[in-house]
Design a protein around this ligand. Structure first.
Ligand code: SAM
Length: 255
């Protein structure tokens, strides 16, 4: 049997795990041993009678910061087994989480995630341990745990055996080399509250359906995510000749 993808989470709130990852596809995979999750409580690595894990920031300011010595000891314990796993610190200062990074992490041996709290984590331990810093978006959470759940969910669904053919990742948003948003979905009834499903989807003409879906995916990406559309247009490997990824300004319907 091959070693399962292994996730470690360093947290002050281990009771938050597996949380939602214990349900649905990820939960079944966890129970079947397709991946593994160890939430490690950082509190026992704290100092003194009160197991203190934080201290006031040098330079002044509000709040407290997670101490580097405490975090480092917790990292060493988490990495004692499977030390080849990358260490990722969750922080709003990090690189934005996107599907290429998810694919890269899911293809590796697993991950160890460090969840910050309070004002954050002492930068020296992040640097000393060569951690990758990752953000789940331009907003501030009260702790790294929800961010860890998001990152783990995105990785775990890509692991072998987690998704069946019915939930294939091949044709979804950001999939393949297209980096497009997905086309819209419709199901029965064909007419609902006066709204009809686009006729082409009822035609049974597979090539027409594929063309329509492609056009809708491009339109959604252009309209909703001009940033994605522009980076796609700038990448020649993503725009084979004849494909519809002309620069935004060159399109008649460009804003
Ligand atoms: C209250 S936040 C600290 C915010 C920090 N003082 C700042 O202004 O950037 C506490 C912890 O939540 C986590 N966190 C908050 N927002 C996040 C985000 N967008 N992505 C990843 N982690 C986040 C980080 O681990 C962070 O150390």
């Amino acid at each position: 049997m091959t070693t399962p993808w292994r996730a470690g989470v360093l947290t002050l709130f281990p009771e938050m795990f597996p949380g939602p990852l214990g349900a649905s596809l990820a939960g079944r995979g966890l129970r079947e041993g397709l991946w593994r999750l160890d939430a490690l409580d950082m509190r026992p690595f704290g100092l003194g009678r009160h197991r203190s894990v934080d201290d006031t920031p040098f330079g002044g300011g509000a709040g407290v910061v997670l101490r580097p010595d405490v975090v480092d000891a917790a990292c060493a314990a988490a990495l004692a087994e499977a030390p080849e796993r990358p260490l990722v610190a969750l922080t709003p200062r990090g690189e934005p989480l996107a599907q290429p990074l998810v694919r890269e992490l899911a293809a590796g041996p697993g991950i160890v995630l460090l969840c910050g709290r309070f004002e954050g984590i002492d930068q020296r331990v992040i640097e000393a341990r060569g951690m990758r810093e990752v953000s789940v978006g331009d907003y501030v959470l009260s702790g790294g745990e929800p961010a860890a759940l998001v990152l783990l969910d995105a990785c775990v669904r890509l692991l072998p055996g987690i998704m069946g053919a019915a939930e294939s990742a091949d044709e979804e948003s950001f999939a393949g080399d297209g980096a497009l948003l997905e086309y819209p979905h419709y199901t029965r009834p064909a007419e609902w509250n006066g709204r009809r499903v686009p006729e082409v989807l009822l035609s049974g003409h597979h090539a027409e359906v594929a063309r329509w879906r492609r056009a809708e995916a491009e339109r959604a990406t252009r309209d909703r995510r001009p940033d994605l559309w522009r980076s796609r247009a700038a990448d020649p490997s993503r725009t084979p000749a004849g494909e519809g990824a002309a620069p935004l300004a060159a399109r008649p319907d460009a804003a």
